[in-house]
Design a protein around this ligand. Structure first.
Ligand SMILES: Cc1cc2nc3c(=O)[nH]c(=O)nc-3n(C[C@H](O)[C@H](O)[C@H](O)COP(=O)(O)OP(=O)(O)OC[C@H]3O[C@@H](n4cnc5c(N)ncnc54)[C@H](O)[C@@H]3O)c2cc1C
Length: 425
């Protein structure tokens, strides 16, 4: 008898067998099967909640190539010198040991939606009753002329955390005195709306310590950006004269880079730089496109349960989904994953399905103990995930409030990563 079956029978007996028996699938393969592709913020949470709340009634396989997941969230704090890289690292042992999830370290390379199978680079073919895709983002080829992923060592994106984050930090520390750090900011929509600007704050924080005459130049295709007033006020107070942002009015959307020459051209004006952080336009991770559930760059889904508009048996969540009003964030992905888990359990067992409610908060650190936040709650409608109400930090807040916000963000990180990966990393 396997672990999951034993756990289910034990729990059912303890509850006086009040739980519904697991559905036996029509084709006779026993427990219903769910395959989750991507073990990041969304996928790990979905796999954990489906397995945990179904108490073994559903067979869950999580496909994720990396053995250690580095959170993008709080990776800017590593650039700023506040956190070590290992503070960002999480492994998958708890999901297997505590929740009976079959964790397969492999790449999903194909989805056959007619046969309802996922194939992997390692040669496995996994059947599913429900498929959950949370593959995060990939970059749009050619989005920044002169840059492609083969240039990511010369000009890192650091928008998938891990070695790219370490590389960018090493490059910042190696900048010559008075050198220039350039950032090519992405167009909407993209992963973590305040992320590039928190990064600028954290790079400025590091440079203020080690290289105070250095400059930061942002080429930005957007008219406005998330928490703009808060960031610009904070930069003026903490890093006066260090940061210059070139918006679209001054050519910020007309950018080319030359990674070999280490130049950035903004509206034809070529500048020599020492570090160049290129964050290109984004789209859903490749496997979502391969599965045929995207429409353009993103995967359209229902707001009530994140089911694909193309296939009722496929759910797409997190950054890859075109879901409506939620920003692409780790908190959003975690929140969406719980709705998906509930919907999947409802479809495959007799679990009760609750109306979809979502929440998100994006914290950013501007300087020591200077944290700000923006957040909202949402409801699921047939058309989209729709914003209900929201809040944002104010520019006239006291240093105490900012310090409390920063502490709140640390508590959030500990709690949400435990919620995604199990109690310890
Ligand atoms: C600098 C920065 C700062 C951020 N700060 C915050 C923050 O403060 N708060 C916040 O909430 N969010 C923040 N975010 C955003 C957050 O990291 C993402 O929104 C979140 O990780 C999205 O979750 P996801 O599951 O969609 O994708 P991911 O977490 O990226 O997970 C996707 C996973 O899928 C795997 N995968 C991809 N393709 C395949 C395949 N074919 N087969 C198998 N596995 C595959 C990948 O290896 C990856 O592990 C930040 C992001 C950045 C870049």
């Amino acid at each position: 008898m396997d672990f999951n079956r034993r756990a289910f029978i034990g729990t059912a007996a303890a509850l006086g067998a009040t739980l519904a028996a697991p559905h036996v699938r029509a084709d006779g393969h026993g427990r219903p099967r769910v395959v989750v592709v991507g073990g990041g913020a969304g996928g790990a949470t979905a796999a954990r909640y489906i397995a945990k709340d179904s108490e073994g009634a559903i067979d869950v396989t999580l496909i994720e190539p990396t053995r250690k997941y580095y959170t993008c969230f709080f990776s800017n704090l590593a650039l700023g010198g506040f956190w070590d890289m290992e503070d960002l690292a999480h492994s998958y042992g708890k999901l297997a040991a505590d929740n009976g999830i079959n964790v397969l370290h492999d790449w999903a390379v194909g989805v056959d939606r007619d046969a309802k199978t996922v194939s992997t680079a390692g040669g496995h073919v996994l059947p599913y009753d429900k498929l959950v895709l949370s593959p995060g983002i990939d970059f749009v080829e050619g989005a920044v002329p002169g840059w492609d992923v083969s240039a990511q060592n010369a000009m890192p994106h650091a928008y998938k955390a891990g070695s790219q984050t370490e590389l960018l930090k090493a490059q910042v520390l190696a900048m010559p005195e008075g050198g220039v750090f350039a950032m090519v900011a992405p167009p909407n929509p993209y992963r973590c709306p305040p992320g590039p600007y928190e990064r600028v704050s954290m790079v400025a924080h590091m440079l203020r310590e080690v290289n105070p005459t250095a400059k930061i130049l942002i080429a930005d295709p957007k008219e406005t950006f998330s928490k703009q007033g808060l960031f610009e006020q904070g930069w003026g107070l903490a890093y006066p004269g260090m940061i210059e942002r070139v918006g679209p009015d001054f050519g910020g959307e007309n950018v080319e880079v030359d990674p070999a020459a280490m130049t950035v051209s903004i509206d034809g004006d070529v500048q020599q730089v020492d570090v160049c952080n290129v964050i290109p336009a984004m789209q859903a991770g490749k496997i979502a496109h391969d599965a045929g559930v995207t429409d353009g760059r993103w995967a359209p889904v229902r707001g009530t349960d994140l089911a694909s508009r193309m296939d009722e048996d496929v759910y797409v969540l997190g950054d890859a989904a075109a879901q409506g009003d939620m920003p692409k964030s780790g908190y959003s992905a975690n929140s969406q994953a719980k709705v998906v888990a509930n919907a999947v359990r409802g479809a495959l067992t007799d679990a009760r399905v609750f109306p979809a409610r979502y929440s998100n908060t994006c914290w950013s650190l501007i300087d020591d103990e200077n944290g700000v936040k923006v957040g909202a709650t949402y409801e699921g409608t047939e058309e989209k995930i729709a914003k209900v109400d929201g809040f944002v930090s104010q520019t006239d807040e006291t240093p105490q409030t900012r310090a409390e916000t920063f502490r709140e963000s640390l508590g959030w990180y500990a709690a949400i990563t435990a919620d995604m990966f199990g109690a310890t990393s």
